[in-house]
Design a protein around this ligand. Structure first.
Ligand code: PEP
Ligand code: MG
Length: 889
């Protein structure tokens, strides 16, 4: 015979905390609390297997369920000395749902089940309080009527409001027995009217009705949506908990409350919660009366803390708090009831908390010896660190939504709308806060993005230029907000009938992708000492290195401040847009002869040399991976007539020639044309100049600091071994030249990005010419999916919403497809060269789920934007700890 029902309390120990799959979270914890001797009213849990069997078997219960429920009900009756349906003193029960993970959207709670027209009289006599009995009866009809029978709960509330108006009272507590009797009559009529049947009077029928409603709610649309959004399989099912009622509404020596064993918003080790005297659970949540604090230490004048109102129950609750934390080793979220000064526990679970609280609790619990350091590292969600490092919107601040895009770079920012990067720069210089609004950004916008407080684009995905650059700079960014239209001509931003003009204020929330009209109050980040402590513990446990994607001295310094162990990707093209250099870059591109290009490149050389000198100095001996020029040349070309004229003048030619060359170079493709090493192959002088700048910069630093840097030169977009061989030869040739000129040498390596499917499939060949691989998963995702990274924002959010893809593959690596490619690249690369260094520098290098994948495939390091370095350090530690746990399991 299958066991479907598990009793708890009154000496029955059939369940435990680790049986949450079978008993649901609530049932497992009730059983656990009862078995460690806490005062839990006796009850039983109908297992999640019943739910699964119910749906597998055309909504029929298993044959032997009824008998097991009846037997378990008898156990409760015996334990409390009362009987179900007893006219003189009835047993009442609560019925609650409880899945493995707490799941809003499902049936909540029915209290006081077992009351009917006869037992209500018995309860009134037994408690010597008929008002209490009739109040309980009306609560029961109200809850059962709405959650089981589907009557709109407002209809019930209306009836109470009318009764209070007629009686001339404000609070429910001022209504008398006679009023509640009237309300009950009204409720019964309402139920009859709405359902066509009288309110069920038979307690057993009531019980099965409530059990059926819990199982039924597992498949209601809200629950199905919630499960889909949170990856909860339907097969898990829900359990049903039936428990003897205790009453918080029996008089002034009764109460009900909720509390957290520590403050869930700050993490402070203080008892935090509230209670209501003479009330049942739903009153605390409903907000009809103002709940009171628990401890005297936090009570404001006029408030009556539980500590003062019911000192005995408070003392007991404090003891329970200690016992629960020592037992569960985590902050608990507790529900309790006091009946005639006696405390009863109704629920405990690990409490939800803010990022700041999570960090503080993990560190303090480890310091107090409640958990160990490794456990503390596992407790903090790496993604939540973003919240701690950036300003965020004050959750209580009022706001008007304009529209929504992708949450491309976290943090919040307010400022006046500007539509051009030049204006962003000039207004910022005047001391204004600006938000740069563009349809999309290009490398030409770097200075405006840098000047702006935040960036909004209406086109582009999570690895679009705007998203990547904003994350690198730590600027909040909302990208690809397709529902918002931008008109550069009229200088207006519009969405959903609202308009914002240039110069008016908007606010961005880069963590949610929301855009608001006007300014919204913000909370500044406060990084406590606990942050450094947790990071140090994380570093002890991680295997992979963590580097940063950085090219400016400022980014490099930020990266070091956050603990980066080197640079994993320096995108050299970002260095070309400085106003001092762009003209030389354009001259180089426009000239149609090698000698013309070499002349222009020689002007760039000192700038690049200085760039690298600075990076090597800041990184003080840590590895620095420099990627040679990657984007197609047309990205650097001037668009405005004035800029074209400037280039024409400097080359002694006319604007028509410039325009013609620009047309020749123009490409309309998802960045798959004449770029990456293809440029190096066509125009060797470009990479030669960059290599010279790197080696000369490195030798200068070696002399200055007495310690030579170790540059890692990286060739982008390699698909064929020959491409790498040709470009590597360019680098080696220049190295030999520079070393001969300087009379000294430094160590360096040359590797490649792996960002094309062909490179993956032939990684064993390519490894023969490479000292390292760095997976460029942005381009690899683009090329494996055959999906332009800049157009992805148009439809990927819909794909994710519709469940076609579990997550945006430009944010979190597509383990099945792109991940399979990475795996092949790793295996083939290492098979050919077992000491091949392997890293990742796509945006995935800062995403915790992708970092876990990187640990599993055995990469040596991840590289991500500077502000994500702490996230990556923690995620890498968790991945390593998880892998270690798997090995010992
Ligand atoms: C990549 O493709 O993953 C990468 C890091 O390079 P980029 O984003 O500059 O193309
Ligand atoms: Mg790339």
């Amino acid at each position: 015979m299958t066991k479907w029902v598990y009793s708890f309390g009154a000496g029955h120990k059939e369940g435990r905390a680790d049986m949450r799959d079978l008993l649901g979270g609530k049932g497992a914890n009730l059983a656990e609390m009862a078995s460690i001797g806490l005062p839990v009213p006796p009850g039983f849990t109908i297992s999640t297997e019943v739910c699964t069997a119910f749906y597998d078997n055309k909504k029929q219960y298993p044959d032997d369920l009824k008998g097991q429920v009846e037997a378990a009900l008898k156990v409760i009756e015996k334990a409390v000395g009362l009987k179900f349906d007893d006219k003189s003193h009835p047993l009442l029960v609560s019925v609650r749902s409880g899945a493995r993970v707490s799941m809003p959207g499902m049936m909540d709670t029915v209290l006081n089940l077992g009351l009917n027209d006869a037992t209500v009289e018995g309860l009134g006599k037994a408690a010597d309080d008929p008002r209490f009995a009739w109040d309980s009866y009306r609560r029961f009809i109200q809850m059962y009527g709405s959650v089981v029978l589907g009557v709109d709960h407002h209809r019930f509330e209306e009836l109470i409001e009318h009764t209070k108006l007629d009686a001339g009272v404000i609070e429910d507590t001022a209504l008398t027995e006679t009023h509640w009797r009237q309300v009950v009559e009204g409720y019964k009529d309402l139920v009859h009217q709405e359902t066509g049947k009288p309110f069920p009077q038979q307690p057993h029928e009531q019980l099965w009705g409530a059990i059926g409603a819990v199982f039924g709610s597992w498949m209601n649309p809200r629950a199905i949506t919630y499960r889909r959004l949170h990856d909860i399989p339907a097969e898990w099912g829900t359990a049903v908990n039936v428990q003897a009622m205790v009453f918080g509404n029996m008089g002034d020596d009764c109460a009900t409350g909720v509390c957290f064993t520590r403050d869930p918003s700050t993490g402070e080790n203080m008892f935090y919660g509230e209670y209501l005297v003479n009330a049942q659970g739903e009153d605390v949540v409903a907000g009809i009366r103002t709940p009171q604090p628990l401890s005297s230490s936090v009570a404001k004048p006029g408030e009556i803390p539980l500590e003062q109102a019911m000192p005995e129950a408070y003392r007991e609750l404090m003891a329970v708090r200690g016992k629960l934390e020592t037992h569960y080793k985590d902050m608990q979220d507790i529900e309790f009831t006091v009946q005639q000064n006696k405390l009863y526990m109704l629920q405990t679970r690990n409490g939800k908390r803010t990022a700041a609280a999570s960090l503080r609790m993990a560190v303090e619990m480890a310091r107090d010896g409640l958990i160990d350091e490794a456990e503390a590292v596992m407790r903090v969600n790496p993604s939540s660190l973003d919240q701690l490092l950036h300003p965020m919107l004050d959750p209580k601040a009022p706001r008007t939504l304009l529209g929504k895009g992708l949450p491309a770079s976290p943090g919040a920012a307010s400022g006046v709308v500007v539509f051009s990067s030049d204006e962003a720069e000039s207004r910022t210089a005047k001391g204004e806060s600006v938000i740069l609004v563009r349809i999309e950004t290009s490398p030409e916008d770097i200075h405006g993005m840098h000047a702006a407080q935040g960036i909004l684009t209406t086109r582009g995905g999570m690895t679009s230029h705007a998203a990547v650059v904003a994350r690198g700079m730590g600027r909040p960014c909302v990208a690809g907000a397709g529902g918002i239209s931008v008109d550069y001509n009229t200088q207006v931003l519009a969405a959903g009938g609202k308009q914002v003009r240039a110069g008016e204020v908007i606010t961005l929330d880069g963590a949610t992708g929301e855009v608001f009209v006007g300014s919204v109050a913000m909370i500044e980040p406060a990084v406590s000492g606990d942050f450094g402590t947790l990071m140090a513990w994380a570093d002890k446990h991680r295997r992979m290195g963590v580097r940063a994607n950085a090219e400016t001295p400022m980014d490099a310094e930020t990266a070091r401040k956050f603990g980066a162990e080197g640079i994993g990707l320096c995108r050299t093209e970002h260095m070309f847009f400085d106003p001092e250099r762009i003209l030389a870059v354009r001259q180089m591109i426009i000239s149609d002869s090698e000698s013309g290009r070499r002349t222009a490149l020689s002007r760039l050389l000192p700038f690049q040399r200085e760039d690298f000198r600075q990076l090597f100095t800041i990184m003080a001996g840590l590895p620095v991976t420099i990627r040679l020029l990657d984007p197609p040349l047309h990205e650097f070309l001037p668009h405005a007539d004035q800029e074209m004229q400037e280039v024409a003048d400097s080359l002694g030619t006319d604007i028509a020639t410039i325009r013609q060359r620009a047309d020749e170079l123009a490409e309309a493709n998802p960045m798959l044309g004449h770029r990456g090493c293809r440029l190096g192959v066509s125009y060797p002088e470009i990479y030669e100049m960059q290599a010279r700048a790197i080696f000369e910069g490195a030798i200068a630093v070696a002399k200055e600091m007495g310690k030579a840097p170790h540059p890692e030169i990286m060739i982008p977009l390699v698909g064929m071994k020959k491409e790498l061989e040709i470009t590597r030869a360019q680098v080696d040739k220049i190295a030999a030249e520079v070393f001969a000129e300087a009379g000294s040498k430094i160590e360096y390596s040359v590797g490649t990005m792996i960002e094309l499917p062909r490179a993956v499939l032939l990684a064993d060949q390519i490894a023969g010419a490479a000292d390292f691989f760095s997976f460029g998963t942005n381009d690899l995702t683009q090329t494996v999916f055959g999906l332009s990274r800049d157009d992805a924002g148009k439809f990927l959010p819909h794909y994710v919403e519709a469940g076609i893809l579990p997550k945006d593959p430009f944010v979190s690596i597509d383990v099945d497809g792109v991940g399979a490619m990475v795996r092949i690249g790793v295996e083939k690369g290492r098979a050919a060269k077992n000491d091949l260094k392997l890293g990742i520098c796509g945006e995935h290098g800062g995403d915790p789920a992708s970092i876990l994948f990187c640990e599993q495939v055995g990469l040596d390091y991840v590289s991500c934007s500077p502000f994500r370095v702490p996230v990556a350090r923690l995620a890498a530690a968790q991945a390593a700890l998880g892998a270690a746990a798997d090995r010992t399991a």
